[in-house]
Design a protein around this ligand. Structure first.
Ligand code: NAP
Length: 549
């Protein structure tokens, strides 16, 4: 029997794509606070977004949970208890399940339903959204909470379908927790996902082979059980903490950054690096010296420090050297955080294989064959090979805007957005944490709340008048793209050959910066100024007036 489909044709005020942090908050905001008729969709079987799919062993948040959480509801903040400083995936999924229950969100979400098309109807001035279950839904406004890291990179290894063992993608991990006990496991990829998974897989696999192309600057996460006194202080001071977070480049309430790594003595530099290393999280990256991401000489001091610490932790000097990044600056690829990652390589049953010098040639039925003919026999292969970041989730939805303009065409040379939130020719489509917004360089739940609030305020503003269409002006969009590119050129980011921040991890993807690098406070100030100036750079129109004109 064919799978059941929902061939419903329905009309709403707002359609919402995704049921992760963004989609859930959007349902609550538009339905419960603005009183609008909303319908949301998610390809997953339940809420959670990235935390629904990324169930691999070791998956864990790497901004403190107390900060990586919603701020919109005081009671929610007060009642939820995080058991650890940096919680593991199951607990974050429980939190999002709790949010869905608490605000009764699931009744507005169609699960197991993937959005396959989105077309702007110029005559009706509304969007038509199609799903893989045959549904056709229309609304004036669409909120995309499709995520930034939700489309896994396609495996680029010939023969992967012929492998006789099991293949797992970290970004689409099965729900039934596969066992690796005593098995020969291979993993390709040492980004944040790979590094978290390796630390755990090393403990259970019979033999673990890590295929590494580019080593990473991983630093300790510093996870620990929640300290009750700290939790009480956080709960008492949430208002202040959230404000401090929103006024910080990365959206965390860190306050110890010093201006320049080059302005202090070597001893002071070492003291600062040791302190941030020991305190964990992103402190070394973002709370040590303000010029690390901008000045190569400053960056070298941090990179040297991290390499020294890696060498201290890995017993075999040759393995330690292989694990030391040398050909790109620290932070130009998203720095992973780790627990006992480097120690995993001190085990006899963990092997590091350099696939930069000797690339993966193919996956054979038995395992992984390298360019020199060496074959590594495996029972299981884990692909931690990353995502088509930021643009991938939007481009996957076949979005067609005004005058039949496809988003794939408009973005053929890289994303074109205004504020990383809307795109010219795609009216009333809000891309939450879209490309060229701070997104992944901001604390995601806060970035999401800011964007959903912006969209809600804009729609409320339209509804106070006879207007109902908002769209960026082409000039404003061009200027924003130029501005984001200029900001990136002032940093070291473009120097990384494979960073997904620059789209450089996907063959054929345009090399364009995908994030806004001016920091969350500057971005938020810009948004506020634009609103204050009457939505400067946006064109606000009324479809009724247009139709009858
Ligand atoms: P990633 O950072 O893009 O890492 C992908 C890895 O796969 C890299 O080591 C890459 O090597 C390797 N790779 C890709 N194609 C390859 C090939 N053909 N041959 C050999 N190696 C190949 O992806 P990710 O680890 O999934 O992380 C993506 C982002 O998700 C993170 O940066 C982070 O923002 C987010 N994330 C967050 C958390 C968290 O908050 N706790 C956890 C996981 C992920 P090259 O570097 O040489 O390309």
């Amino acid at each position: 029997m064919a799978a059941s489909t929902t061939t419903a044709r329905t009309t709403h005020d707002v359609l919402i794509i995704g049921a992760g942090f963004a989609g859930l908050y959007a349902v609550h905001k538009f339905r419960d606070q603005l009183g609008l008729d909303v319908l949301a969709f998610d390809a997953a079987g339940d809420v959670g977004g990235t935390w629904y799919w990324n169930r691999y062993p070791g998956a864990r948040v790497d901004i403190e949970s107390v900060h990586y959480s919603y701020s919109f509801d005081e009671d929610l903040q007060q009642e939820w208890h995080w058991t650890e400083k940096f919680c593991a995936q199951p607990e974050i999924l429980s939190y999002l399940g709790h949010v869905a229950d608490r605000f009764d969100l699931r009744r507005s979400i169609r699960f197991n339903t993937r959005v396959t098309g989105l077309t702007w109807d110029d005559d009706a001035a509304e969007w038509e959204l199609r799903t893989d279950r045959g549904g056709v839904h229309r609304a004036k406004y669409v909120i995309s909470g499709a995520g930034t890291l939700s489309v896994p990179k396609k495996p680029e290894f010939p023969g992967v379908e012929d492998f006789r063992g099991e293949v797992y993608l970290t970004g689409n991990w099965p729900h039934d927790e596969p066992s690796f006990e005593g098995r020969r496991v291979g993993i390709i990829g040492v980004g944040s996902s790979g590094i978290q998974a390796i630390s755990e897989l090393a403990k259970t696999a019979g033999h673990l082979t890590v295929f590494q192309r580019t080593p990473n600057y991983a630093t300790p996460i510093g996870n620990e059980p929640t300290d009750p006194a700290e939790e009480a202080a956080n709960k008492a001071g949430y208002r202040r903490i959230r404000e401090a977070s929103r006024n910080h480049f990365l959206g965390v309430p860190y306050t110890d950054v010093q201006p320049s790594a080059l302005a202090v003595s070597a001893e002071e530099r070492r003291r600062v690096f040791d302190d941030r290393w020991n305190r964990g999280g992103f402190r070394l990256f973002i709370d040590a010296f303000g010029d690390i991401l901008f000045d190569k000489a400053a960056n070298d001091t941090a990179a040297d420090y991290i390499r020294d610490r890696i060498r201290e932790r890995v017993h075999d000097p040759a393995t330690a050297e292989l694990l030391c990044p040398t050909d790109y600056p620290y932070g130009t690829k998203r720095p992973p955080l780790e627990t006992d990652y480097y120690e995993a390589y001190n085990r006899d049953d963990v092997e590091l294989v350099d696939v930069k010098a000797n690339p993966v040639a193919e996956i054979t039925p038995r395992g992984v064959r390298l360019a020199d003919g060496t074959e590594h026999e495996l029972d299981c292969l884990v692909l931690a090979t990353g995502f088509d970041a930021c643009t991938g989730p939007l481009l996957a939805m076949n979005i067609v805007g005004r005058d039949r303009l496809a988003l794939t065409e408009h973005w053929a040379d890289g994303p074109q957005t205004y504020l990383g939130l809307m795109s010219a020719g795609f009216p009333n489509l809000f891309m939450i944490t879209g490309p060229q917004s701070p997104s992944v360089l901001y604390n995601m739940p806060l970035a999401i709340e800011d964007h959903v609030d912006f969209a809600a305020d804009a729609i409320a503003h339209l509804r106070q008048s006879t207007l109902d269409v908002i769209e960026p002006e082409a000039d404003a969009e061009r200027a924003w793209v130029e501005h984001t590119n200029e900001l990136a050129q002032a940093t070291l980011l473009p120097t990384s050959p494979t960073s997904w921040y620059m789209g450089a991890n996907i063959p054929g993807k345009p090399r364009r910066v995908l994030v806004y690098l001016g920091g969350a406070p500057a971005y938020r100030a810009k948004c506020a100024e634009i609103v204050h100036n009457g939505y400067q750079g946006f064109r606000l129109t009324g479809s009724a007036a247009l139709v009858t004109a």
